[in-house]
Design a protein around this ligand. Structure first.
Ligand SMILES: NC(=O)C1=CN([C@@H]2O[C@H](COP(=O)(O)OP(=O)(O)OC[C@H]3O[C@@H](n4cnc5c(N)ncnc54)[C@H](OP(=O)(O)O)[C@@H]3O)[C@@H](O)[C@H]2O)C=CC1
Ligand SMILES: CC(C)CCC[C@@H](C)[C@H]1CC[C@H]2C3=C(CC[C@]12C)[C@@]1(C)CCC(=O)C[C@@H]1CC3
Length: 337
């Protein structure tokens, strides 16, 4: 049976590297690239087909930060495909990132220096905004849009005859301290990225605890990877300039994976595993040794079942509110026309 794989954020960075890697491994694969920019997605599809001309690569228009788009995309996917084996949730944003230079230099001379380089903890903030539906943009894109997508595709994911796996691209920057159950959208502070990623860790655990038969969920951390996301933190020329320093840092922390191919290691590793053999409490890290060898290692996540179930309940409540808003909007547009 052909495996069906859906990847969000497939047109660049880690998502794209994963797609190329998957196709090189399994030519029988049915791969669906879910992207918001269809022109770029088509260019990527053509590029992937150059090395695998017979591969089955389709496109799905999906803006994961737009809940209308999520519902439409899920509907379209269900019409096209009657199964889904792997759902890779790789789309993500970190808008207006700022490095706190003072905290960075302080961290350089502290005992936590390796941890600072591995996680970026305490030195990175972002400026978030509210999107038209009334949600915080980072929360909507990195967490809630993906949650809604999983809910919409639940029937395809929960099958009796085979297991399927939802895979969240989280981060080492996912910190418990940045997350609050009283402010799941992170309206009140300046680490929405960290909060949304910690939310995805919790949600993955909740899916394993709550969801029906056949559906499994895992979380990965790609390490620090040079992509459009990191070029938004510091300009690309700066990263290129300090590349020798980063290779040096790799000797002390194997989390500096640096290339999208290396960063996608854990995503690909999960594709080779049986979903039921995975640990729901583990985050699977892509790691690259000082000599440049890639490997995947599970690390226990800093979360608990009660918190993850509480987040799941809050997300369900928000889902009701959002669906109602979408219905009211539709009704308004219909009556206007
Ligand atoms: N780079 C790093 O060091 C790390 C990255 N990550 C995570 O890895 C994932 C991939 O990021 P990375 O490859 O680094 O960065 P990129 O910016 O290269 O990729 C992000 C992808 O997400 C897509 N995307 C963003 N917003 C939306 C949206 N609203 N709807 C649909 N697609 C969207 C982008 O599409 P478009 O091209 O249209 O913008 C792009 O394909 C993210 O979730 C990120 O948080 C985690 C840890 C470290
Ligand atoms: C000499 C240089 C390596 C100095 C760079 C300092 C910081 C800008 C970076 C150190 C650790 C990095 C890091 C991230 C961003 C850039 C750093 C803070 C991430 C937060 C990027 C997105 C993620 O999801 C995790 C990364 C962890 C490490």
């Amino acid at each position: 049976m052909k495996k069906v794989v859906l990847v969000t954020g497939a047109n660049s960075g880690i998502g794209l590297a994963l797609c190329a890697h998957l196709l090189s491994q399994d030519a029988q694969l049915q791969l669906c690239l879910a992207c918001r920019n269809m022109q770029r997605a088509e260019a990527v599809r053509q590029a992937l087909l150059v090395s695998r001309p017979r591969a089955q690569v389709t496109l799905l228009h999906l803006d994961v930060g737009n809940m209308h788009s999520v519902l439409r995309a899920a509907e379209e996917f269900k019409q096209k495909c009657n199964r889904l084996d792997y759902l890779y949730l790789s789309a993500g944003i970190m808008p207006n990132p700022r490095v706190d230079h003072k905290a960075f230099y302080k961290g350089l001379f502290s005992i936590n220096v390796v941890c600072m380089f591995a996680t970026g903890e305490g030195i990175l903030t972002q400026e978030d905004k509210v999107i038209p539906i009334g949600l915080q943009e980072v929360f909507a894109t990195n967490l809630f849009g993906h949650f809604l997508l999983v809910k919409e595709l639940e029937h395809l994911l929960c099958q009796m005859d085979h297991n399927s796996l939802v895979i969240w691209t989280s981060s080492s920057n996912a910190q418990r301290s940045a997350f609050s159950l009283d402010d799941i959208q992170h309206q009140k502070s300046h680490e929405p990225y960290s909060s949304s990623k910690y939310g995805s860790d919790l949600l993955s655990l909740a899916l394993n605890l709550i969801c029906s038969q056949g559906l499994y969920s895992s979380v990965i951390c790609p390490g620090l990877v040079m992509t459009n996301l990191t070029y938004g933190i510091l300009p690309s020329f700066f990263w290129t300039l300090i590349m020798p320093i980063m290779w040096l840092i790799r000797i002390f922390t194997n989390t500096f994976t640096l290339s999208p191919y290396n960063g996608a290691e854990a995503l690909f590793w999960l594709f080779m595993q049986k979903p039921e053999s995975l640990d729901p409490m583990a985050k699977y890290h892509s790691l690259t040794s000082g000599l440049g060898n890639n490997y995947t290692q599970p690390h226990k996540m800093d979360n608990d079942e009660n918190m993850s179930e509480a987040l799941y309940v809050k997300l369900l409540e928000l889902e009701d509110t959002v669906r109602k808003k979408l219905r009211d909007e539709d009704l308004y547009i219909k009556t206007k026309n």
